[in-house]
Design a protein around this ligand. Sequence first.
Ligand code: CTP
Ligand code: MG
Length: 228
Amino acid sequence: DSIIAIVPAAGIGSRMAADKPKQYLQLGQQTILAHTLDVLISHPLISQVVIALHPQDQYFQHLAQAQHPKLVQVIGGGERADSVLAALNMAKTINPSAWALVHDAARPCLCHSDIDKLLKSQSRFPQGAILAAPVRDTMKRSDANGLITDTVERALLWHALTPQYFPIDTLQANLTNALKAKVNITDEASAMEWAGVMPGLVTGRVDNIKVTHPDDLQLAQLFMSQAQ
Ligand code: CTP
Ligand code: MG
């Protein structure tokens, strides 16, 4: 069965506050987005990569990967979920029975081994699963004044990462309905949860960071140089 990668890359990177969207910043030999696309395009089980771009994007066409035969471009939306939905709508026209592997453009340190681990979890989690990292620190809940009210059981807490892996048809339907209902959707799993599905958790590598703030660039650089 074929797998279509979905890459939301339509953000403007406001927290990075650089002179261009963060996915187009240089990381070693090439841009963040180029690294991310290389990992997905080179995976033998991924048949297409549908990328959602900002309507005023000025940079994508200059990437070497832009003309790759696996690549399909769509225009993204105002929020990450809108961009993912735009790409899913396209993916559905390509193959409605395929599965979507949704991965943030801003996570360039993804490894094939983590993709494979997630794909292999399909038999254990037939409704879909996400990469996630167990929380390491002691977790506190606070009140509105910044006073600790209690300590939250850490063993049950996870950081949600990407890729997130779901059947295209159900993810597309649940995301469409959740957005219509004005639910706050920050990842694919939350759209599935909203629809009553319990996605699986697959432990991913902690170096699969999302480049969000300026200091994340150096960290990604370090992880990138240590990989391979
Ligand atoms: N994204 C998207 N469409 C949007 C917003 C975000 O495709 N309307 C993408 C980003 O390009 C990124 C991923 O979703 O690859 C994760 O979002 P985030 O890290 O929040 O990126 P930005 O929204 O660009 O950054 P910021 O929130 O700091 O502005
Ligand atoms: Mg954002």
